[in-house]
Design a protein around this ligand. Structure first.
Ligand code: SF4
Ligand code: SF4
Length: 284
């Protein structure tokens, strides 16, 4: 089995392969919990999926502007053509935020080399400097030298692009993070869940370290000392709502409405909560 969203990770198998032990825990988990079968559409391709749907009613609060945890700490994928073209079309804005072009020019690269690198290199920068020059994801930036944000996402917002375009320009793994998708070797079936107390034995992300889906962690004194502002208890809402539009454009409307209907039918979310529109993706 593979961590499906990491199949294009620059480090390859060492990241996306699921160990035998984790695979066993996952298969047990999906036998034990209530699931629904549906179809997801990602980047125009359809897949059969089994969903641990109740995990989408878990509470989430993506308070990224106030978060001091750098979750963009690595290049998450070999970038798609759509992202590369978006950067090249917005090179000035990209450089203003990330300073990547300035840094590479200072390191002796020509502008032609840099453009060629954005077109072709796995991580948008020459391979020989990627580890030395960029310790965070190539697209990340620190607007106030503290919180880490995504330049792709920010440029989209500045250009008033909507949720659909943001999902198209950013790596899928980033739009969906920390939702976990594990696939059979031949992608014949995807297993979809969210890290929590029950799934943390097999998910690629560590629930206990992820404040946006772990309210208890965000309320702890050690976390509050690092993040004195933000992550208010009342701002946690069911993940299906926090990520509504994102889910529709990343995984398709069939997936989104199947999961939502099931959660409402089973009283795991309430229709009156539905007027909490998905704002996180469009927050500035
Ligand atoms: S850890 Fe969560 S809240 Fe913090 S920046 Fe990452 S996604 Fe945002
Ligand atoms: S969200 Fe943006 S900055 Fe963060 S890892 Fe993804 S592409 Fe990089």
């Amino acid at each position: 089995m593979n961590y499906f969203l990491f199949l294009n990770h620059p480090k390859g198998e060492e990241v996306y392969k699921v160990s035998e032990e984790r695979e066993e825990i996952l298969r047990e988990h999906f036998k034990r919990v209530d699931v629904l079968y549906t179809v997801v559409t990602m980047r125009g391709k359809e897949y059969r999926a089994v969903v641990d749907y109740s995990s989408f009613s878990n509470l989430a609060n993506f308070d990224c502007f106030k978060c001091q945890d750098p979750c963009c700490a690595d290049n998450p994928t070999i970038y798609e053509e759509e992202t590369r073209n978006f950067i090249l079309d917005n090179l000035e804005e990209y450089n203003q935020k990330t300073k990547n072009i300035d840094i590479l020019l200072e390191s002796g690269f020509s502008i032609e080399d840099i453009i060629e690198s954005i077109k072709k290199d796995d991580c948008l920068a020459p391979n020989e400097v990627i580890e030395n020059e960029i310790s965070l994801c190539s697209c990340s930036f620190k607007p106030n030298n503290e919180s880490v944000l995504c330049s792709l996402h920010s440029i989209c917002l500045e250009k008033k692009l909507g949720a659909k375009e943001i999902v198209e320009k950013k790596p899928l793994v980033c739009s969906l993070w920390p939702i976990d998708i594990i696939s059979e070797e031949d992608n014949s079936l995807l297993y979809i869940t969210v890290p929590d107390d029950f799934t943390t034995g097999f998910t690629i992300e560590d629930y206990y370290d992820t404040p946006c889906i772990n309210k208890e962690l965000s309320m702890s004194s050690s976390f509050r000392r690092k993040n004195p502002e933000g992550f208010l208890e009342e701002e946690y809402v069911p993940l299906i709502m926090a990520y509504g539009e994102t889910l529709k454009y990343s995984l398709g409307e069939v997936f989104y409405f199947d999961v939502l209907k099931k959660l409402i039918d089973e009283n795991l979310v309430y229709t009156e909560e539905l007027d909490i529109k998905e704002k996180q993706i469009l927050k500035k």
